[in-house]
Design a protein around this ligand. Structure first.
Ligand code: NAD
Length: 482
């Protein structure tokens, strides 16, 4: 079994404790490799390295376009090794290889996008009075921490670190303990560029050790956390002690709202894709279907047929649905199914584990459709994080809007109708960070600001909006004496 090392101050290193943790393949539960079990001492080392590198004359005088050039090189290197990186991702987190390839391409796009932005971080001049010349500059915040979840490791690692480096920060990243391979691969790629040592650091380890140490570190100037609401709350609480700003990208219970007058084939494809992508383990999964009552039987019938026919298997075989990440996650989904039975919900398709021949140790779950779910039920309110679609029926536009807004989350919403006036009225009333009309991007779009309302978090990643996370504004007022 291979052992990987983590990357601190331009060096590949073990943890100070020399302890390691194993990473398993969700397709068959076999061990893939081990990584260092970083703890608070390793986080101290990484934050110190990042601070020294950030304050160095070399980095402070680094030309913005040279930062951009490095990020372009990273994008190219990712593309050159696309297949290898996609395989790493599929082995770590289980997703079908086609989806992993798309994630790798998205990662390259993030580096490319923010590479172009590096020398376009602009300030303003502000009219005050004739004798005052007032201008603003956007400065990097300093040492930025990036805590990454296991469901889209390469994409999420890339989107925030690319923006942070483009704006001149020094990065300490903590990948999820289950899926650290591609974060380490990024370090390998950065090592071959002219990026100064210490600007990009990766500490592997558990959330309750390395993650806590990073969130609670007084030497960190900004934290980007992507993960669950529960952990996000803990991270924000720790950060509050040091007045460290945070960007939180948390979960969702996103609806697709389907009206009878929609393009039916497009809506069907959108609804299915948005719940089966990465086996439903997507923050922006379309996990609720809100369907106009007169269209319920016809549309839900078709959804069930499609869900029933999906192919489940190891991600490397490129099925429609790969395994769930772990036994723990699979058990969590089963708990929700127990609740569905207790609440006498109609389980129209699926509802249980799937045994895949030749991969008996893997964590597979059947694509599932739940109908007649009470909108107050946990099944309607909480993230199940599996290929489980809950169906709700509405009579009027007002009811659809109320149902859409009836959770504590507000990440994404899909609206499917040919009545554009209705779509725009709903888009205005829905409390979510991204609205898709007659499409469903599942958080997609490198250029589109992405983030949550309500408990889905705050701050925006992606697009130019993300630059606000990694810069702070300084105002300079000059008395010109005129
Ligand atoms: P998680 O909260 O368990 O873990 C996320 C990361 O936080 C991991 O790196 C973990 O090691 C670390 N962590 C765990 N405990 C910590 C602690 N006490 N202090 C600091 N760090 C800690 O989430 P997960 O299970 O990996 O990911 C699934 C969740 O992430 C879902 O809720 C999903 O919706 C959300 N998510 C959101 C987005 C988004 O952009 N909005 C994207 C992907 C996933």
């Amino acid at each position: 079994m291979q052992s990987k090392r983590m990357y601190i101050n331009g060096e590949w290193t073990e943890s100070i404790s020399k302890e390691t943790l194993n990473v398993l393949n969700p397709a068959n539960s076999e061990r893939l490799y081990d990584v260092p079990r970083g703890n608070s001492k390793d986080i101290d080392r990484a934050v110190e390295a990042a601070r020294t590198a950030f304050e160095s004359e070399q980095w402070q005088t680094f030309k913005p376009h040279e930062r951009g050039r490095i990020l372009f090189e990273v994008a190219q290197a990712i593309r050159n090794e696309k297949e290898t990186i996609a395989e790493m991702e599929t082995l770590d987190c289980g997703k079908p290889i086609t989806q992993a390839r798309a994630d790798v391409e998205a990662a390259a796009r993030y580096f490319e996008y923010y590479a172009g932005v590096a020398d376009k971080i602009l300030g303003e001049t502000i009219p005050v009075e004739p004798s005052i010349l007032d201008y603003t500059v956007r400065e990097p915040v300093g040492v930025t921490a990036h805590i990454i979840p296991w469901n889209y490791p390469i994409q999420i690692s890339s989107r925030s670190t690319a923006a942070a480096i483009a704006t001149g920060n020094a990065v300490v990243m903590k990948p999820a303990e289950d899926t650290p391979a591609t974060a380490l691969k990024l370090a390998d790629i950065f090592e071959k560029t002219a990026l100064p040592k210490g600007i990009f650091n990766v500490v592997t380890g558990y959330g309750y050790e390395a993650g806590t140490a990073l969130s609670d570190h007084p030497g960190v100037d900004h934290i980007t956390f992507t993960g669950s609401v529960e952990t996000g709350t803990a991270v924000m609480t720790m950060a509050a002690k040091h007045i460290t700003p945070v960007t939180l990208e948390l979960g969702g219970k996103s609806p697709n709202i389907v009206f009878r007058d929609c393009n039916q084939e497009e809506a069907l494809n959108g609804v299915i894709r948005s719940i089966i992508q990465n086996a439903g383990q997507t923050c922006s999964a379309g996990s609720r279907l809100l369907i106009e009552s007169t269209f319920h039987d016809e549309f839900v019938g078709k959804v069930c047929e499609r869900m029933h026919d999906l192919v489940i298997g190891p991600g490397m075989d490129d099925p429609d649905i790969g395994p769930i990440l772990s036994e723990k996650q699979l058990n969590r989904i089963e708990e929700f199914m127990k609740l569905a039975k207790e609440e006498k919900v109609d389980i129209l398709v699926g509802g249980g584990r799937e045994l895949v021949q030749g991969a008996e140790g893997g964590y597979y779950f059947q694509p599932t459709v739940l109908d007649h779910v009470d909108s107050e039920s946990k099944l309607a309110q909480e993230e199940i994080f599996g290929p489980v679609l809950a169906v709700f029926t509405f009579e009027t536009e007002a009811e659809a809007l109320a149902l859409a807004n009836q959770t504590e989350y507000g990440l994404v919403t899909g609206i499917w109708t040919t009545d554009i006036g209705r779509a725009l009225r709903l888009a205005g009333g829905i409390r979510a960070g991204q609205i898709f009309i007659n499409n469903y991007g599942a958080g997609g779009g490198i250029q589109m600001p992405f983030g949550g309302y309500k408990k889905s978090g705050f701050g925006r990643e992606k697009g130019l909006e993300a630059l606000k996370n990694y810069t702070q504004v300084k105002n300079v007022a000059i008395n010109t004496g005129s």
